[in-house]
Design a protein around this ligand. Structure first.
Ligand code: ADP
Ligand code: TRP
Length: 320
């Protein structure tokens, strides 16, 4: 089994990214071959400052490693280190119907928000398809919001195979239903574009402040509460072991539990959970040469697969 996934380098990673994508992706390291990369070409559709893109690309590499990416098992690379990906994207784009891209939620959402549409934003899913098909991935671990993009990839691959002969493996999205959408501080999907995130590696005082800002209803301490309807509880459940979670749910229902107390418990869990990650991140941060080496090695590995795929695709269309 081969897995591939990417994260855009367009901001700080948050709890939604971790539970929605990074954690499930890293668990696959035990089960097969894994390719995880930093989607910095994709990030260019929103990041317009060169230094910000550089910094964010470095950050995402450190974040992956901090969260437990094992460079001995996983090819970790920067998308921009394999520019040949664009040739594959072009070969895919000629079999991609306009309508398929026009229907993409993430494109439509951005238009609705008044973000001016450029071709990069529109063609985004085609480049994503190239990322996935380049290494002939079987599964793509992502959060719910990326499911449609993986479906677009499947459609494109099927079309190409029908037109030019069997070239690409058809990948499956892999979505953890239990954490499909992690809520943000305001109860909407946690997302950097909504400014409602709990960052993974912010200074601890900031994390605490963010957690204290989680929106709740206005029930008094004494009133019984419904844990399933509470954002704090949803976040708490990502960290707390089952028994603790059940005990907390019972206290919600019984009344006498204030939201402030649950926020504190959530903060403590967050801190304990991410402390070893924070330490590991620091170690890598202090050794930029090692990180660079890992990225170069990862790119070489990804390129090896990409070259094979590209050769087959060029032959299929008559460019050999
Ligand atoms: P953002 O919405 O903050 O811009 P990205 O789109 O960069 O996040 O997402 C990177 C990965 O993390 C994707 O696989 C995405 O599905 C996952 N992800 C992002 N936010 C969440 C969330 N709130 N819940 C679950 N998964 C998420
Ligand atoms: N679009 C993804 C996101 O915003 C990032 C991404 C780019 C990706 N290429 C990919 C994810 C290939 C999975 C596979 O989160």
């Amino acid at each position: 089994m081969r897995a591939l996934s990417g994260i855009q380098s367009s901001g700080k990673l948050h709890v939604g990214n971790y539970f929605g994508m990074i954690k499930p992706a890293l668990e696959l390291q035990e089960k097969g071959e894994t390719f995880y990369f930093i989607a910095n070409y994709h990030a260019l559709t929103s990041v317009t400052e060169a230094e910000a893109l550089r910094a964010s690309t470095r950050d995402v590499a450190l974040d992956y490693l901090a969260c437990g990416l094992d460079p001995e098992r996983t090819a970790l690379y920067r998308q921009s280190d394999i520019p040949e990906i664009h040739e594959l994207a072009w070969l895919l784009s000629v079999v991609t119907p306009m309508g398929l891209l026009e229907r993409c939620h993430s494109y439509k959402d951005k238009l609705a928000k008044g973000i001016p549409a450029n071709h990069g934003l529109f063609a985004y899913p085609v480049l994503m398809a190239a990322d996935i098909l380049a290494v002939q991935a079987d599964v793509v671990p992502v959060g719910q919001d990326q499911k449609q993009h993986v479906e677009v990839t499947r459609d494109i691959a099927v079309k190409f195979n029908q037109k030019f002969g069997e070239t690409f493996k058809i990948p499956e999205p892999l979505i953890r239903e239990s954490v499909a959408v992690v809520p943000g501080l305001d109860g909407q999907k946690m997302s950097k574009s909504y400014n409602n995130t709990i960052e993974l590696f912010a200074p601890q005082a900031e994390t605490r402040k963010a957690i204290m800002r989680i929106v709740t209803d206005s029930k008094t301490v004494a009133e019984p509460k419904d844990p399933a309807a509470c954002n704090i509880f949803k976040l708490y459940s990502l960290f707390a072991p089952e028994q603790e979670r059940e005990a907390m749910a019972a206290r919600y229902r019984a009344g006498g539990l204030g939201y402030g107390e649950v926020k504190k418990a959530l903060y403590e869990h967050f801190r304990t959970y991410f402390e070893p990650f924070r330490q590991r991140r620091m170690e890598y941060q202090n050794d930029p040469e090692r990180v660079e080496q890992i990225l170069q090695r990862g790119a070489a590995r990804a390129r090896e697969e990409l070259r094979k795929t590209l050769k087959a695709a060029r032959r299929a269309v008559g460019l050999d």
